[in-house]
Write a protein that binds this ligand. Structure first.
Ligand code: NDP
Length: 395
């Protein structure tokens, strides 16, 4: 199947490197707003395996022209969440299947939810096309872990805690690990978790405690809202409580507080010297490019699911996780572990579809597919998982 990748950032770099080695893809085109960045990635992958092009993915017309020119079977969207709907629309017009790693966000509202993309379901079904939503690490592997646990180890899942630790050190005073604008919008919003059939809202970073991460140790972990919670409680209705924990260092939180207090996290335009600028977009321009962090990044990420539920009438606990080393990720692809852990599942998910192992049609979240073929290959692609049973989950 011919693959189109849109977005030549940190995650796009990893997708390109990984997809280039997969026999599922006959040809690969990497298109982005700045074609020179796509060219650099294609050169780093080498072997003439990747062609490049330019597109402004905010424009359905440009996307349609791009798809008509290259006729891909599937597109991996690793541009920004703002482009999800335009790319899905163009896919429908041109008969292309779709995969992404982050759900849609309107530019002028720091809010993300699946409603906008789920609304495309009928149209994708009628067209016989498939849209695979949220196939990075979290969302992505996190939800596939849950589907795997539900399939093999539980009759009912009752408590789910997704735990995301980045214990890496990039040596910078402040930097974000993926697109700064999207990242800051995500971590500064109110906390939210699912309990007894309803969403409970908290102040940002209100609930926190130290959790122990394998090979890393204790790290202060904060309950934040994360998009896979929405689809997981829908697809696994026995879940009584679902939360998402992310680790933040004191330094990072202090910087975030200052950025917010001085208005640099604002997403509305302000006038400056006669032109309009959006403070958070300006901030992105002066912060380190997440892609550039890889070179000096040491340490590991550790992301997993801690699950409690019932099997054969007996309560059991289960912890499944992956640890990914920043230095190893850099050696292989030239990017740090956050881009790596996102890009590898995106490439593998598209390969699952290309090989007929994941089937549609419709707009589907990753946990709706059979987790087994994906889990059988994700270790070999660089993200092995570890399972622990009947342990103290701490949460
Ligand atoms: P980057 O900012 O590094 O890269 C984004 C790329 O998309 C850039 O090359 C940018 O082009 C391109 N782009 C932006 N707007 C457009 C447009 N209108 N048309 C065409 N290309 C465009 O981001 P990351 O690689 O860090 O993140 C990519 C995606 O991955 C994001 O959606 C992010 O939310 C998601 N993500 C998901 C995770 C998960 O686990 N599920 C974890 C981390 C990230 P230019 O170079 O010109 O700016």
């Amino acid at each position: 199947m011919k693959l189109m990748i849109i977005g030549a950032g940190g995650v796009g770099t990893v997708v390109a490197h990984k997809a280039a080695k997969m026999s599922a893809f006959s040809q690969i085109v990497l298109a982005s707003r700045t074609q020179s960045k796509a060219d650099e990635i294609a050169a780093a992958v080498g072997g003439g395996r990747i062609a490049t092009d330019r597109v402004d993915a905010d424009s359905v017309e440009e996307l349609v022209a791009l798809f008509e020119k290259h006729r891909p079977g599937i597109v991996i969207n690793v541009a920004l969440p703002y482009q999800d709907l335009t790319i899905m629309e163009a896919c429908l017009r041109c008969g292309v299947n779709y995969l992404d790693t982050a759900n849609y966000e309107p530019k002028d509202q720091a809010k993300f939810e699946y409603s906008w993309q789920w609304a495309f379901d009928d149209r994708f079904r009628q067209a016989g096309l498939t849209a695979i939503l949220g196939c990075g690490f979290d969302p992505g592997v996190s939800a596939i872990y849950v589907a795997y646990a539900a399939k093999h180890y539980f009759d009912q899942i009752h408590y789910l805690d997704i735990v995301d630790c980045n214990a890496g050190n990039h040596g910078m005073a402040f930097a974000t690990n993926f697109n700064p604008e999207i990242n800051i919008r995500e971590v500064t919003q109110k906390g939210r978790y699912w309990e007894d059939g309803r969403w409970v809202e908290t102040e940002p970073h209100q609930i926190h405690k130290p959790l122990t991460y394998p090979e890393i140790g204790q790290r202060e972990s904060y309950v934040i809202y994360h998009e896979e919670l929405e689809s997981l409680v829908k697809h696994f209705p026995t879940i009584k409580r679902a939360r998402f924990w992310m680790t933040f260092g004191e330094e990072y939180l202090t910087h975030l507080r200052v950025i917010q207090n001085i208005g640099m996290a604002r997403i509305d335009p302000v006038e400056y010297n006669g032109c309009e600028i959006v403070p958070i977009q300006f901030l992105k321009a002066v912060l380190p490019d997440p892609k550039s962090l890889g070179e000096n990044y040491t340490g590991k990420t550790s992301i997993g699911c801690r699950i409690k539920g019932i099997k054969d009438g007996r309560e059991r606990t289960y912890y499944i996780y992956n640890n990914c080393d920043h230095e190893q990720a850099y050696k292989e692809t030239g990017t740090q572990a956050v881009s790596y852990t996102t890009g590898v599942p995106a490439a593998l998910g598209a390969a699952m579809f290309a090989r007929g192992l994941w089937k549609g049609p419709g707009v589907l979240n990753v946990e709706q597919f059979d987790p087994d073929p994906f889990m059988a290959e994700i270790g070999g692609q660089g993200l092995p998982f570890v399972e622990q049973f009947d342990i103290d989950l701490e949460v």
